[in-house]
Design a protein around this ligand. Sequence first.
Ligand code: G4P
Length: 529
Amino acid sequence: MSFISEINRRRTFGIISHPDAGKTTLTEKLLLFGGAINEAGAVKSNKIKKGATSDFMEIERQRGISVATSVLAFEYNGIKINILDTPGHKDFAEDTFRTLTAVDSVIVVIDVAKGVEEQTEKLVEVCRMRNIPIIVFINKLDREGKDAFDLLDEIEQKLGLRVTPLSFPIGMGYDFKGIYNIWEKNINLFSGNSRKDIEDTIEISDLDSEELNTLIGDTSANTLREELELVEGIYPKFNNKDYLNGDLQPVFFGSALNNFGVRELLDCFVEIAPKPRPKQSEERLVKPEENKFTGFVFKIHANMDPKHRDRLAFIKIVSGEFKRNTPYLHVRLNKKLKFSSPNAFFAEKKQIVDISYPGDIVGLHDTGNFKIGDTLTEGEAINYKGIPSFSPEHFRYINNADPLKSKQLYKGIDQLMDEGVAQLFTLDLNGRKVIGTVGALQYEVIQYRLEHEYGAKCTYENLNVHKACWIEPEDEKNEEFKDFKRVKQRFLARDKQNQLVFFADSLFSLQLTEQKYPSIKFHLTSEFK
Ligand code: G4P
């Protein structure tokens, strides 16, 4: 197959949802359709069970599973599908944000009863910022839930999306009769046996035909006709261009657990979802069809075995072909590296591959060369943008609890930060180290891993910080900026890239500071230029 055909047949996407909406179940059903697995229950949920916050075995178990499910690839009708795993747990939100830099589109799963939840809002906001094409799947139609139109309204309002349903439910919960597929113009009746068998679809080209009444009864048939008329009147017609630009979001209904409505979603997905998209680097826009290889690291996973401290760096291929045993330029280090055993991912297995194409993810064994955001190329010095750090939510001083092991401690902290577990700041005033995280759980993960993987011990001390703001002065030499640095010295720190950061102890003090120093901009993300 030619290089261009290989690119055109790839679809790399992520499934995002609030925990429990059904992401794992949907992933598993997609793999079943692709024939990549043949039994339900094969995809392990990577979520942290409730109440397991201080159970380290649980954290390790979760890490193990997330290595296995980082990328799940399968073939469907000649299309190579790469699903990138996105942890739903909010303490790992930063991991998900970074993974979203490597997807070409997403499917958002929403629970029909719970509607739009907090985590979905945050994740969809990131997708919208990047104009990532989104398909919405409303799940658990076998249960009582919100009215379909109310839910579509909620999605538009809370998520800021412009939706168009491509399927529509016939009843819900106890009365759930099936789904009318607006996209394919057919009906899929729910018999309750679909967990085992994939239900046949029935062509309905004319909604006014008596056949519809025979199939679902007079009342349901009339309601469906009215509802579909409303759908046509209210919502914009689907068009691929708006969807690909992130301006229009098709919606499907179904029940992942019952394997219902999933085939419709998948069939439409392979038809409309984008093939690998061009990516903006700091220097220029890079197109997948370019002959020379480029790619970037979006995720790093530490080895589960503490005796082997190598890690797996996940690279998304943006352009060209990635070949085994070929020297590539590590742009940040200005160093050529060669990889003898790059891993590709198939369903839940890893395999060494000789060649990978744009859209694919390869896992490279790394002994400490890579950081998240690093770029590999065939020689050109380009840097991919778009892996920002966001302000952490929690801040603590980290102290060395075993003075004989300070070297190990700093090495451990350094490597865990490169993996993106948390962010490290150094206070300007006294050089003390501060760890910032998205969730409190990370502190336990860090403490546990420092001890078990690096033989170092640490303790924490609370620090009252509301947000970390990256500072952009209008002019570094003006009096205002000098005054700011003098007055706020106690609250200034450097991130790992040595960028200046201001620790605001409350929203109020941040607002006051912004008013007092109007020529300085305060950003909640490290990427503002
Ligand atoms: P997540 O990855 O988004 O966190 O969700 P997951 O797929 O683990 O699903 C969360 C729960 O919702 C699971 O139940 C799952 O079986 C259930 N579920 C998923 N899809 C549907 C559906 O279409 N209908 C119904 N009724 N339930 C659905 P659980 O009890 O938490 O786990 P389990 O014991 O079933 O594994």
